[in-house]
Design a protein around this ligand. Structure first.
Ligand SMILES: *Cc1c(COP(=O)(O)O)cnc(C)c1O
Length: 380
């Protein structure tokens, strides 16, 4: 690596207790890894259709229900393949004919593209906003499913989870909560499907999707499973059947399941979503507060109420090379502060998930100041 500034060495007091600030995969709690190691001899390498692993799935299902305060008639489904696979499954098993999408970044755009290319759905209706803002969506009566994104991880914009004005009682509201579930406040009566993967707020590993599903969405899944032929791995009817037996259709990563259950119970033991989202609120106050008072850093998202509390995007002044800052941090063991690659901005992106200590976010801001003072300022 030849980037300017990588020879800068951070003093010990400017080193966070953990250097992982990536927006996914993100910091995994060492205590969870230790618990996994301790459990491994009787857990890893055992059948996912026996009580040992199914108990862990049960703990995930009840843990998500408690975390999100789900009404008793909601169910928690899970399957392999992460959020990206869930979009494909939704094109078969959730969207009846046409979907409406709020698109304001890379991830929300990808789901709209899935719907557009499905081959069996009508062209989606898209409400788009420029990156760094969010669209105001009014339900289109021709759409049976509305796709929103609680936290747009690529831009650091969050939106409140609310049924859009004009949405009929039959319209499903499906929320991509991949970098939100467990870190942002939410009212479950405002969604029908709240889906996510656990390598972000739940401090586990990737490869799994989890969805909290309302009775209306359960009905839709059963309706479409009966009339539409889907590849088995994308068939939400099959996922529902297996989830009700506390298992996945095909073999899951047992370590991922274990880490999810452990993080959920860690959050619940500390006070639940109020506590974990409160931690993210505190980290966000620290990060955005620092940027607002900085002479060279500015929150990318201009409207303070749109600034996501789990993923922060910070623009740097033109004469400060964000790439050099990120690589200097990396050389000092502080990793993954680079911006979302396709955004192409002079920016740092910093995750503030529940497992990331607010004090570490504060230390990180001081480390950035230290580096910027010592970096050769470039003329850009
Ligand atoms: C990370 C992310 C995804 C993709 O998740 P995978 O598990 O990698 O498929 C989708 N949506 C959002 C909002 C994300 O942050």
């Amino acid at each position: 690596m030849t980037a300017a500034g990588t020879s800068i060495v951070l003093p010990v007091d400017l080193r966070p207790s953990d250097g992982r600030f990536g927006s996914g995969p993100s910091r995994v709690r060492q205590s969870a890894m230790d618990m996994l190691t301790a459990a491994a001899p009787t857990y890893m390498g055992t059948s996912h259709r026996r009580d040992g692993v199914r108990d862990v799935v049960r703990r995930i299902q009840s843990g998500v229900a408690e975390l999100l305060s789900l009404p008793a008639d909601y169910e928690v489904l899970l399957g392999n393949g992460g959020t990206t696979l869930f979009w494909d499954a939704a094109a078969f098993g959730l969207i009846r004919n046409r979907s409406q999408h709020a698109v304001f970044g890379e991830f929300s755009g990808k789901f709209a593209t899935v719907a557009r290319r499905s081959g069996h759905l009508a062209d989606p209706v898209v409400a788009e906003a420029s990156y760094g803002t969010k669209p105001q969506l009014v339900a289109d009566p021709s759409c049976d499913t509305i796709a929103l994104t609680h936290s747009e991880t690529s831009t650091g914009v969050m939106m409140d989870v609310q049924r859009p004005p004009g949405a009929s009682a039959e319209t499903l509201v499906a929320i991509d909560a991949t970098s939100a579930a467990g870190g942002l406040h939410v009212n479950p009566t405002e969604f029908d499907v709240y889906y996510f993967a656990p390598q972000k707020c739940l401090a586990a590993d990737g490869g799994l999707w989890i969805a909290a599903v309302s009775p209306l969405a359960l009905e839709r899944i059963e309706e479409l499973a009966a009339v539409r032929i889907a590849p088995a791995t994308l068939d939400l009817g099959i996922a529902l059947e297996n989830s009700r037996k506390n298992q996945t259709y095909n073999t899951p990563a047992l370590a991922t399941l274990f880490l999810v259950a452990d993080t959920l119970e860690w959050i619940l033991a500390n006070g639940g979503l109020k506590w974990s989202a409160g931690r993210c609120d505190r980290s966000a106050e620290i990060l955005y507060g620092w940027a607002e008072s900085s002479s060279y850093a500015t929150p990318f998202v201009t409207d303070p109420s749109d600034r996501c509390r789990t993923v922060g995007t910070i623009d740097l002044a033109d004469n400060v090379d964000a790439g050099a800052v990120a690589s200097t941090l990396r050389a000092n063991g502080i990793v993954d502060t680079e911006p979302y690659r396709k955004l192409g901005r002079n920016q740092l992106r910093i995750a503030m998930f529940p497992a990331i200590e607010p004090d570490d976010v504060a230390t990180l801001t001081k480390a950035i100041d230290y580096i910027v003072e010592r970096l050769p300022h470039t003329q850009r």
